[in-house]
Design a protein around this ligand. Structure first.
Ligand code: NZQ
Ligand code: ZN
Length: 383
């Protein structure tokens, strides 16, 4: 096992009706005024908005609303949130929603504590020194943002989708009630499953050495995600399936699965972020297009691990069969598996390559992911 340091300060409150406690928990932390960040309509449709408001009012906690966060959250709306947070001198951010809402909330938390242009942090030109505390009520299990120090924002003017990472943006508290995810559509459940699998396989495949403990932990998460997703697609209100899926998604990107692995990168996310930035596709859909293509390109660089994956996950013998089976499963749950499935024509590949290469430069991966390599991978994704 490689040496490692593990730090995760997020308190998790998991279970039925847990969100009712939000007012009390904020009060306990001496929070008097929050910026209440949410998406378009889902929290109102499921009655969660009313429950949150009544819990805040009951404890006398003031709130300023910042609704309308869009999937693949954008810089302009984030900046509006930063202005509101500063003008109203809020003590904390309360993000109620999926990964997009949480990420915009985390970014506002950083922006509220600096006079610098927030985008400089995404370009990695500045290091985050402080942020407002972030509180989360999760309504869509997928990204792991509820228990990690990442946030991803799209600069819609420059078409760049970039991330920040800092110990200051781990949520202080995240409330995970699986019942709040009963209404997540089959389509988004499929994207969530792809995203969770993506989070665990990036290091599993791209690392040069993966301890058996980590291999097994990752394979357990993948099997649980596949099993529970099939149940959820059949029976959206199956509590235990929603609960196991939710916790799997959190575990997949809270730092635990990558400990002790030698090396490791996030190449599938790098390319997927370009598809998100250019075509505004859901994050999981970008990944289901990229992953089989990247796997085909990479498999001979870590052949044993691909064979292990094929055997453990699908009980087949060859790396190629493992990749095909994963692609077939993505298709079965309703995720796109090629650029063509997403309506992107082959002539667009050079544009995607340019965009992905810029991310590779910011992420310090450009040496391995040259434009030629990116072109080869994306050609695999064509159909
Ligand atoms: O806007 P509303 O009306 O709330 O609807 C949302 C949205 O349309 C809906 N939704 C959320 N909860 C629901 C619900 N619909 C019905 N019932 C519910 N309970 O779902 C749609 C998608 O929501 P979104 O938050 O965009 O999805 P997700 O959680 O997949 O987040 C995706 C974003 O997170 C980033 C992605 O790049 C993307 O921008 N990621 C963040 C990461 C992180 N911070 O660690 C890591 C990931 O790799 C990823 O990059
Ligand atoms: Zn992801």
């Amino acid at each position: 096992m490689e040496n490692f340091e593990f730090f995760n300060p997020t308190r998790i409150l998991f279970g039925k009706q847990a969100e009712q406690k939000i007012g009390k928990l904020l009060k306990k932390d001496d929070i008097e005024k929050v910026l209440f960040v949410y998406g378009k309509s889902s929290i109102k449709d499921i009655g969660l908005y009313d429950r949150v408001v009544s819990s805040l009012k009951k404890e006398g906690i003031e709130f300023i609303e910042h609704g309308g966060v869009k999937p693949n959250p954008v810089l302009s709306h984030t900046k509006e949130g930063i202005t509101k947070a500063k003008e109203n001198k809020v003590d904390a951010i309360l993000a109620v929603g999926g990964g997009s809402v949480i990420d915009e909330g985390k970014t506002i938390a950083v922006g509220a504590k600096t006079d610098k242009d927030i985008w400089e942090y995404f370009k990695r030109d500045k290091v985050i020194k402080k942020a407002l505390p972030v509180y989360v009520i999760l309504t869509l299990a997928a990204t792991g943002s509820e228990m990690n120090g990442f946030a991803v924002i799209t600069n819609e003017e420059t078409k760049e989708k970039l991330s920040i990472t800092s110990e200051h943006i781990f949520p202080k508290l995240s409330i995970l009630n699986p019942e709040l995810t009963f209404t997540v559509s089959p389509q988004y459940q499929a994207y969530a499953a792809v995203d969770t699998i993506a989070h665990v396989i990036e290091y599993y495949f791209s690392g040069q050495y993966c301890p058996n403990l980590q291999n097994r932990l990752i394979e357990t998460i993948i099997k649980t995600v596949m099993e529970t997703t099939e149940i959820i697609l059949d029976e959206p209100q199956d509590y235990n399936a929603r609960a196991e899926f939710m916790w799997s998604a959190t575990l997949a990107l809270n730092g635990l699965t990558r400990l002790g692995i030698k090396g490791g990168e996030f190449p599938n996310h790098m390319i997927a972020h370009s598809l998100g930035a250019l075509y505004d596709l859901p994050h999981g859909a970008c990944l289901s297009i990229v992953i089989p293509a990247w796997m085909r390109w990479y498999k001979d660089k870590n052949h044993k691990q691909f064979e292990r994956f094929a055997k453990e996950i699908f009980n087949v013998n060859s790396a190629e069969e493992g990749i095909n089976n994963l692609k077939v499963w993505f298709k079965k749950i309703g995720a796109p598996v090629s650029l063509r499935d997403a309506g992107i024509v082959e002539s667009e590949i050079s544009r995607i390559v340019e965009n992905a290469y810029n991310i590779a430069v910011v992420w310090d991966m450009a040496q391995k992911y040259s434009k030629e390599v990116l072109t080869e991978i994306l050609k695999n994704a064509n159909d």
